[in-house]
Design a protein around this ligand. Sequence first.
Ligand code: MRU
Length: 365
Amino acid sequence: MNIDGCPTRTIRLAADGETVEVIDQTRLPHEVVVRPLASLADAAEAIRTMVVRGAPLIGVTAAYGLALAMREDASEAGLAHAVETLAATRPTAVNLRWALDRMAAALGRPEVNDRTAEAYRLAAAMADEDVETCRAIGVHGAALLREAHARTGREVNVLTHCNAGWLATVDWGTALAPIYVAHDEGIPLHVWVDETRPRNQGAALTAFELRQHSIRHTIVADNAGGHLMQHGRVDLCIVGSDRTTATGDVANKIGTYLKALAAKDNGVPFYAALPSSTIDWTLADGVAEIPIEERPAREVTHMTGRAETGGIVTVEIASPGSPAANPAFDVTPARLVTGIITERGIASASTAGLAALFPREAGRV
Ligand code: MRU
């Protein structure tokens, strides 16, 4: 996608061929800052502090993190330490574990004699694969928007939560990929952007992306979705996912479940768009089994933004001293999900639906 007309990916290699460069998402939408990652510690810190975020991008950053780690210590012990360090950064997005397992298995092969070079090669391949996967999600999901437009004959209103756009992946995004493809085809669209408290990924990142791509959108407070659906102002919801069970339960940013409940009550189709690397084939019950990240209370009690006088400021918005809790994700049970948009097509949110598209992966468990 583009920032100010320049084609951009969220992660790339610097000109020295070794340093990894990422867009610092804690500074968006106010400033576009490219941050260099030069070590395992840098990569782990970038994931932990959400300089990079979004399940697929976390996975690819971890892959590059292993490459950086191999420069420091390419021994068996060095590889194990790097995998452990990166795996501990964020617990919910399974793409992190998926990428690390894939990298570790490949780097552990006896015929690999230069682990560092191989790690860079694999990480770059994973980044390219992510782009292709997300583009395919966009092509499959765009059919839903085309159908909605054909049925209503008017602009299609899509509601999305958090940021599952290109900033959350290497390029294209998951939930926003169908929107980009459909928009480029000329289908008239308008996106309701949930602000997504507490970190405001919707208001800050999704709105930034859509504006850069000239797609009509409106930011709404998180609690507005139900009201909009009751009044027929949402044709469909599309969200991303951080971990999806083999049975079709979908973990995504906190608040997603409430949107799915409102969608069910109002007969609004509710889709999750995700690459197969987000499916945890070992899990059957998302509510019971998916680990939910608990983030600092300060993200709830404080907000960061640009002051009207300029400059980025953080202000306290809560009653000083009151305790706050910050579960970062929730699980939407499969029964509330109309379909799962993947790189291979749209599946029903069920064991049979996902297995029909991914028989090899589903059969491994
Ligand atoms: O905490 P974040 O910003 O990493 O959470 C991101 C989300 O919840 C996204 O919807 C999800 O990772 C899908 S990204 C394509």
